[in-house]
Write a protein that binds this ligand. Structure first.
Ligand code: ADP
Ligand code: MG
Length: 390
């Protein structure tokens, strides 16, 4: 499977004129720092070697025309209609997937003065969809980077990350934070992005997995999650409730030493939601410090503690994710946790190179034993962020 070639072939079937170019953006794995982003806290994601490709050209019809190998349908919207379409309230005017690229086009036109040049966009990807690897930020990053160039808008990568988030929040209607878009835009080979979600200050932190003989194994449970509904929104509400009750702008402003006081003020569920955010923020800081001083072989216990907190306090794990984490650890992973928003998606297991096969077999066996559908197990490599490819 070669997604770059697929995107080009799809473009040729869409448009009689040659494309302006090809752009891509990666999915991401969040090494640690879950649900901390919308609490103004810290996260430590890295971009992965699976990418969404966008081949883009101009058209003379003043329309945005999008197609993706994800689906057969092509969606066509006049540029002038985008403003009436978004922010979307009520029934969506386009198929759900098309709200991502069209939402990016809309958000870019809100953020900058764009020329009225019609655009053809062909998309193909090898980022698994709905697996917690942020195929959504990958499609947003690829399209935003492409249109920024083709329309000559001059936004910087952080500006494009904001555009991607706005599209996801206001066009798609998923209340997610900005971590995924920042990782997709700013990722660097062999490094993670240490992001302060309040200031959006980002630092590159070397990971050095390969030098330490480690691999990052992803165990995709294939349990689909949906961020626009249900548990994700509920956890956001609980965090907002907790911050309001504690009299702080965001849970970022609650420290580990404030937790005793919080326990007396909050109901048990809200307290545990708050405790996850507060301890998870601290674990991100500790992971960055440990990576810098001792290297990746020393972060296993922090990954394990993060998973326990999500399972017990934030309650966003599912039996498949717990099985993935426990079987990987028992088979030789030095640390493992679910990654992404939860309620499905993938777990990650930091694993010595020689144990990768053992971890794969153990996870597969444990899933079969529990009666779960077989997981998809693969390794990912920390990679570069969004870019023009040709
Ligand atoms: P995740 O980001 O964890 O993969 P999301 O639910 O946030 O899951 O985003 C997945 C959605 O993004 C898909 O259901 C689809 O609507 C859209 N999407 C992702 N990749 C593509 C693609 N290559 N083509 C079209 N739509 C895509
Ligand atoms: Mg997503």
């Amino acid at each position: 499977m070669d997604a770059a070639a697929d995107a080009l072939a799809l473009f040729r079937s869409l448009s009689p004129t040659p494309p302006e170019g090809a752009w891509s953006a990666p999915g991401r794995v969040n090494l640690i720092g879950e649900h901390t982003d919308y609490n103004d806290g810290f996260v430590l994601p890295f971009a992965i070697d699976r990418r969404t490709h966008a081949v883009v050209g101009r058209n003379s019809s003043g329309e945005v025309r999008v197609a993706s190998t994800f689906t057969d349908a092509q969606v066509v919207v006049p540029l002038d209609d985008l403003d009436a379409m978004f922010p979307s309230s009520g029934a969506p005017a386009v198929p759900a997937w098309a709200a991502y690229p069209l939402g990016v086009a809309w958000a870019l036109r809100q953020a900058a003065t764009a020329p009225s040049i019609g655009i053809d966009i062909a998309i193909a990807s090898d980022v698994p969809v709905g697996a917690g690897l942020s195929s959504s930020a990958a499609i947003e990053g690829a399209v935003a980077t492409a249109l920024n160039d083709v329309w000559d808008l001059g936004l910087d990568p952080v500006g494009l990350a904001r555009v991607g988030r706005r599209a996801e929040n206001e066009a798609v209607g998923a209340p997610t934070g900005i971590m995924d878009q920042m990782a997709a835009m700013l990722g660097r080979a062999d490094a993670a992005i240490f992001l302060d979600c309040r200031s959006l200050e980002a630092q590159v932190v070397d990971l050095g997995f390969a030098a330490a003989g480690l691999e990052l194994v992803v165990i995709d449970t294939r349990v689909q999650h949906a961020h626009s509904t249900g548990g994700y929104r509920d956890r956001r509400d609980a965090c907002e409730r907790g911050a309001a009750a504690l009299g702080v702008p965001a849970l970022r402003d609650v420290s580990m030493s404030d937790l005793d006081r919080a326990r007396g003020i909050l109901d048990d569920v809200t307290f545990r939601r708050v405790r996850h955010i507060v301890t998870e923020n601290q674990r991100v800081l500790d992971t960055v410090e440990t990576l810098r001083t001792q290297g990746p072989a020393a972060i296993g216990a922090l990954l394990d503690a993060s998973h326990a907190s999500m399972r017990d306090d934030f309650e966003i794990s599912v039996p498949e994710l717990d099985t993935a984490v426990e079987s990987a650890r028992a088979a030789g992973a030095i640390g493992a946790r679910m990654t992404g928003g939860g309620f499905g998606g993938a777990a990650i297991a930091l694993t010595p190179h020689a144990e990768v096969g053992t971890v794969r077999d153990a996870a597969t066996r444990a899933f079969a034993h529990a009666g779960f559908a077989a997981p998809r197990v693969f390794t990912v490599t920390p990679s570069d962020g969004a870019r023009r490819d040709g």
